[in-house]
Design a protein around this ligand. Structure first.
Ligand code: COA
Length: 154
């Protein structure tokens, strides 16, 4: 039988565990956190298997120039079965339905072929490589940029 993938809000206790692990990974535990950020739990057949997140990025100083950048992480046991594709598509649908942004984007390491393929299957378009765009605990990473526009949804 095909698994049912769904998204739900974090419960308060889950949120604090998630905060600790996510921010440790960025190597910037004491840095100021972004205010405009959100997360949801990814479930497979009602069992939590990972999370998706989003935060604002601005291409100009006005609200019309705002896009959402999304991210995802699944437990190892949940990978490679299409859940990432469905969850990222569902998150994009959720953000288009609940906000006015026209652009949703995602960046992933140039070596992360599974995420690149997953984004493409979710309907995202590859736009190019952003050099030394993301800093994590192990240093700077070149990122492949992907986007999904409201007008791409049909
Ligand atoms: C990246 C991730 C979200 C993808 O979700 P997923 O459910 O595993 O992905 P899917 O099963 O939907 O699709 C993966 C695709 O990549 C392909 N793939 C996997 N490993 C690959 C590799 N090394 N090279 C090329 N393609 C690969 C799979 O074959 C599949 O494509 P297909 O359906 O055409 O065969 C998930 O693997 C994950 O959480 N990884 C760890 C965290 C991470 O990297 N997050 C993204 C950070 S930007």
């Amino acid at each position: 039988m095909t698994a049912v993938v769904s998204l739900r809000p974090f419960a308060p206790a889950e949120q604090s565990v998630e905060e600790a692990s996510v921010w440790d990974d960025w190597g910037v535990r004491d840095a100021p956190k972004l205010a405009d950020i959100g997360r949801m739990v990814v479930e497979e057949d009602a069992v939590a298997v990972g999370s998706v997140s989003w935060h604002s990025v601005y291409y100009g100083p006005n609200l019309g120039s705002r896009a959402y950048n999304i991210g995802i992480g699944l437990a190892e046991s949940a990978r490679g079965r299409g859940i990432g594709t469905v969850a990222q598509r569902m998150l994009a649908e959720h953000l288009f339905a609940t906000t006015s942004v026209l652009r949703i984007e995602a960046g992933t390491d140039v070596e992360n072929l599974a995420e690149q393929r997953s984004l493409e299957k979710a309907g995202f378009t590859r736009e190019g490589v952003l050099r030394s765009a993301q800093f994590r605990a192990d240093g700077w990473h070149d990122m492949v940029a992907y986007s999904l526009l409201r007008s791409d949804m049909s």
